[in-house]
Design a protein. Structure first.
Length: 625
């Protein structure tokens, strides 16, 4: 049966047949789609569940492995077999030996031997995921095996791999879904039957009335009406058809009104016939604003081409020829025409081409808007911008010169201040070494105090230069691994951390950042240094470094269990040379936290602190991702 053959059947017969056919087809497609969704849903749910399992078991295994409890480690791995769908759990050491498994027979054997009895696809998947090198949790669905494989590093020398079979949860989900599918199929068929009945009752008689009304209106009898009511499609079509006849006279009146508006507006509407010489076939009365009458243009006494500025004529002709040949049929441009007074008027022209059924252009229509005032304003502005650009260039040169002078001043200050300090330090050292026996204890103490003062002054100069460098140096964003940068900063404090017996907790997992590396390194060094300095008397010092994403920003947290401070001094601690404690008790220049704030602000971030006396401090650094 062809599509044309379908139209030979009456609608009252064709409609129920089509509804029944579409209902059955929809049920079949729904079944296929649901089965695919079941597989996807099961895989997604099991992936999430496996991730939670690996997270949980990773923590347990890390604790027991750190305690050296080999028995408990093996027991934890063996207990994973109690979880549904987990068919394999293997803990492998650095030598590829199985040190934990669901089956005792596989213990202390090479991985390849331990899984030799598995199916080829299972064996290949386990070997492939076991060869991964990532530190985090990795979950894959291997080819040829309807299962999920997970891998997580417990320690650098120990890896846990797990296989979760997807067949069992899929079977359970499919069994539950079959009942839903049959229920949906029955409802679809019932709905199709009810719809067929409604069509017979409500559709076909009314459609006959609609057909008759359309035929009458098509013959030109605009007083014909369908008389259909209601909010359904037929009712809306019938009412729209009834309104159409009544709107024809109103449309004609609107066209006349529109013509009047155009004639009185600053817009000139014009039409040319596509013939040699492009004769004007219509022009709105508003052309009188240019000093010409419509009759002059329509009769050819005034040719529009002769009104166009000589510099614009070739461009206008080329544009028209290009659009006539290649389109598009709508285009826009600007040109100048001569006012009857001799002045030139700038026009914004919007042109479109009218084609006949064969695609041949028959007429050209344009709407022309006088934009002379706008052009004059624009010219006064592209001039103002030129002046502003010159001022910007001049100001930039002045700033660059000032920066060079500041750099020279900073170098001179550094050199001129450090030279006498080196002399004081050197002579003090000579006195201590060559005249120690001639000095009493108090004299030696005085020299020691002098040398400490010199060292503090040297440190102060370096911090001031660093502060000035931050002011001059623009941030240079680059990809930065926060974990790697934290590790490097902690390595630089390794000796002090070991000497104090400090405990360091780090949890900075997150995406790679695009940020100024040197600025962020300076922030971390000063915050970690402060934490070590003010928690050195804790038993033991405990420092935590963590980060998290929050509403498009990265929040970096450095906490300690040191002496803390009163929050009423919060703003003071970030000022340059501001101290809350004596230098004799806690050495420093009072510049470190000022450097932190300046560096963070230049990267577009903020820094704040939370603390109580005797309860440690938390420094929170926030910057946009």
């Amino acid at each position: 049966m062809t599509w044309g053959g379908l139209t030979l059947l009456p609608g009252r017969i064709l409609a129920p047949l089509l509804l029944a056919g579409f209902a059955l087809l929809g049920s079949a497609l729904n079944y296929v789609i649901q089965m695919q969704e079941f597989r996807h849903q099961v895989a997604s749910d099991q992936r999430r569940r496996l991730t939670e399992i690996l997270n949980f078991e990773q923590n347990r295994l890390e604790i027991q492995a750190g305690l050296g409890s080999r028995f408990h480690v093996s027991r934890i791995v063996a207990s994973m077999g109690l979880r549904s769908a987990i068919t394999n759990a293997l803990l492998i050491d650095a030598n590829g030996q199985v040190v934990g498994t669901l089956f005792r027979t596989r213990l202390y054997r090479p991985l390849t031997d331990a899984i030799a009895s598995e199916a080829p696809a299972v064996r290949a998947g386990l070997l492939a995921i076991a060869s991964g090198q990532g530190k985090g949790i990795e979950i894959v669905q291997p080819p040829g095996d309807f299962a999920l494989l997970g891998r997580v590093a417990i320690r650098p020398d120990m890896t846990l791999i797990v296989r979760s079979d997807l067949g069992i949860p899929l079977a359970l989900r499919t069994a539950a879904g079959h009942q839903e599918l049959w229920r949906e199929t029955a409802l679809i068929l019932l709905f199709a039957a009810a719809l067929a009945i409604l069509l017979h009752v409500l559709w076909f008689g009314r459609s006959a009335r609609l057909t008759a009304a359309v035929a009458a209106i098509g013959e030109g009898r605009f007083d014909a009406r369908s008389g259909l009511t209601g909010h359904d499609e037929l009712g809306q079509i019938g009412q729209a058809l009834d309104r159409m006849a009544a709107d024809l006279k109103a449309r004609h009146a609107n066209l006349e009104q529109l013509s009047t508006l155009i004639n009185r507006s600053p817009v000139v509407a014009i039409e040319w016939r596509k013939e040699p010489g492009l004769p004007v076939t219509y022009v709105s009365d508003s052309v009188r604003r240019w000093g010409y009458t419509p009759e002059e243009l329509l009769s050819g006494a005034v040719r529009y081409r002769d009104l166009i500025h000589p510099e614009d004529r070739a461009r206008i002709s080329a544009n028209l020829a290009r659009h006539l040949a290649d389109g598009p049929d709508d285009y826009r441009g600007e040109h100048r025409v001569r006012h009857v007074s001799g002045q030139w008027i700038w026009l914004d022209s919007r042109t479109w081409l009218i084609r006949d059924a064969g695609g041949r252009v028959t007429h050209i229509r344009s709407v022309l808007l006088d934009v002379t005032s706008l052009k004059e304003t624009e010219e006064a502005l592209l001039r103002l911008n030129a002046t502003l650009e010159a001022r910007v260039v001049e100001r930039t040169a002045q700033l660059e010169a000032a920066n060079r002078e500041l750099e020279s001043f900073s170098y001179a200050v550094s050199h001129d201040l450090k030279a006498p300090l080196r002399g004081i330090d050197g002579y003090s050292q000579i006195l201590l070494e060559d005249y120690r026996d001639r000095l009493d204890d108090e004299g030696r103490q005085f020299l020691a105090n002098i040398r400490r003062g010199v060292a503090q002054m040297h440190e102060l100069i370096e911090d001031l230069l660093a502060y000035a460098h931050i002011e001059r140096q623009a941030p240079q964003p680059e990809p930065v691994s926060l974990q790697q940068l934290v590790d490097e900063v902690l390595d630089s404090y390794a000796h002090e951390i070991a000497a104090l017996g400090a405990k360091i907790d780090v949890d900075v997992r997150g995406p790679e950042l695009s940020i100024d590396r040197s600025g962020l390194a300076l922030v971390l060094r000063n915050l970690v240094g402060n934490a070590l300095k003010f928690s050195r008397n804790a038993a033991p010092p405990h420092i935590g470094i963590s980060s998290r994403e929050e509403a498009g920003t990265m929040l970096l947290r450095v906490r300690d269990n040191g002496i803390g401070f009163d929050m009423k001094y919060h703003d003071r601690i970030f000022g340059i040379f501001q101290r809350l404690h004596r230098a004799e008790d806690y050495p420093g220049t009072g510049v470190g936290l000022a450097l932190v704030r300046k560096a963070i602000e230049r990267m577009g971030g903020t820094v704040r602190a939370e603390s109580e006396p005797g309860k440690g401090a938390i420094f929170l650094v926030e910057f946009p991702l």
